[in-house]
Design a protein around this ligand. Structure first.
Ligand code: EPU
Length: 421
């Protein structure tokens, strides 16, 4: 198992290029099931999760190939005939469940392994299934698999009682080929949901209200293949804000979409970072006086502060001046990183969904363990500022979501090495 070895204390300086958004790429790859033929997607990051989704599509009979140019991924779903996402793949990546909607839309039948719980929470998919049932699907659970059937899905009014990102995406993909109009109320507004709608519209789907809580979809009879470039990863961008902030660095972040990270910029500026748009990208400079300020934050669905940045902000707050209060409202168990950060000298108390972080003067290098993707990123943030050497174990989590992380960080001057065990 690979580990990362980081010697902290270097201020990061230089330029970094943000990769395409993992959480936009995954649903968009699943959406190609809806458009038989050759789909070409650009800016697709080279990540473990992308490979898993490629394997899911290949296991169904699709053809997936990489081209060198501009992160291009070619997906031909003409030959898809197996309408199943098997347990072996879903258990390694729950986003495989995003094939349920498109399979139902195209074939009227799907057998998708039910994802189990994960490190950050129970993460049920009841809302995905409720929506499909409203659209006329008959759903049974058999041997751990969701088995869904419908002759042709029909439009329906669907109201989510919790905002769900992949739930909104799955039902949007189910609705584009349904008979009639579907209304998704209390829909997710994340940029990744909007990007999926963008590709579906290019394929010929009729969708309005994207980016608002009410999305309307009028089903069409068929969709044509797409040629689409996906958005930059806003969570990777935010993670680099944290890297710059904690090391007192000066980084120009290129290929990022500033309009997607308003809540992040606001919070990081409150913490003392200097963030400005320049011609070539977003310039972020660690606090001038060298002192980060404590912050108060509650995670919430977009446009609020993203749960996927909570861990990285917590790492930054570990060395801020004062007491920070972090409330996690999306997932019930997303503070696993707190215990690892404590091993590095952080002062964090966790009570239910509240973390109280009292800033310390410095963090100390230690052996720590990653428990999920964003928790891993928070350990990297902490390690970059810690005194001495930090060894981060189980970094396969990190490889699921951060493209060439040690390469990008070394280029900025970090002392970071991957050690293969
Ligand atoms: N929920 C339900 N029932 C459902 C679906 C969701 O109760 O049927 C609950 C969840 O348990 C959670 C809340 O609703 O408490 C929100 O979950 P959501 O469905 O929005 O999460 P997701 O779609 O499974 C996506 C991202 C996550 C990100 C969340 C929240 C992808 C592939 N994953 O997950 O990304 O944290 O939205 O923004 O888009 C990550 O990249 O590290 C990651 C975990």
């Amino acid at each position: 198992m690979d580990k990362l070895l980081i010697r902290g204390g270097k201020a990061l300086r230089g330029e970094v290029e943000i990769s395409g958004a993992k959480n936009a790429a995954l649903p968009i790859m699943a959406a190609t099931i809806l458009s038989p033929g050759l789909n070409t997607l650009y800016n697709i990051p080279d990540l473990k999760d992308i490979k898993t989704m490629s394997t899911v599509l290949e296991s169904m009979g699709g053809k997936v190939a990489r081209a060198d140019e501009d992160g291009a991924l070619m997906i031909n779903t003409e030959g898809v005939e197996t309408v199943e996402a098997p347990y072996e793949l879903v258990k390694t990546m729950r986003a495989s469940v995003l094939t349920l909607g498109p399979l139902m839309a195209r074939f009227g039948y799907a057998r998708v392994s039910m994802p189990g719980g994960c490190a950050i929470g129970a993460r049920p998919i009841n809302l995905h299934l409720m929506g499909l049932e409203k659209m006329g699907a008959e759903i049974t659970l058999s041997q751990g698999y969701v088995v869904a059937r419908a002759e042709r899905l029909k439009g329906a009014d669907i109201n989510f009682d919790t905002v769900t990102v992949t739930g909104t995406e799955n039902l949007m993909m189910a609705a584009v080929l349904a008979n009639g109009v579907t209304r998704l109320e209390n829909a997710a507004r994340e940029p990744e949901v909007c990007d999926l709608a963008g590709v579906l519209i290019q394929m010929g789907a009729h969708i309005t209200g994207v980016g608002t809580p009410l999305i309307e979809i009028e089903g069409v009879n068929e969709l044509k293949p797409a040629n689409y470039r996906i958005i930059p990863d806003r969570i990777e961008t935010g993670t680099f804000l944290a890297f710059a902030g904690i090391t007192g660095g000066d980084i120009l972040i290129k290929n990022c979409e500033v309009t997607h990270i308003g809540s992040l910029i606001k919070k990081f500026m409150e913490a003392g970072l200097n963030i400005n748009e320049e011609a070539g990208g977003l310039r972020v400079i660690g606090p001038h006086a060298g002192i980060l300020k404590a912050a108060e934050v509650a995670t919430s669905p977009y446009p609020g502060f993203p749960t996927d940045m909570q861990a990285q902000l917590m790492a930054l707050m570990c060395v801020a001046d004062g007491t920070s209060i972090i409330r996690e409202t999306i997932f019930e168990n997303r503070f696993m990183h707190a215990a690892e950060l404590r091993r590095m000298g952080a002062n964090i108390e966790v009570e239910d969904n509240l973390a109280i972080v009292k800033g310390v003067n410095k963090l100390l290098g230690a052996q720590v363990m990653a428990t999920d993707l964003r928790a891993s990123a928070s350990l990297v943030v902490a390690a970059l500022a810690a005194e001495g050497e930090t060894i981060i174990d189980r970094i396969y989590h990190l490889d699921r979501g951060y493209e060439k992380i040690e390469y990008k960080l070394s280029k900025l001057g970090a002392d970071i090495h991957r050690v293969s065990a």
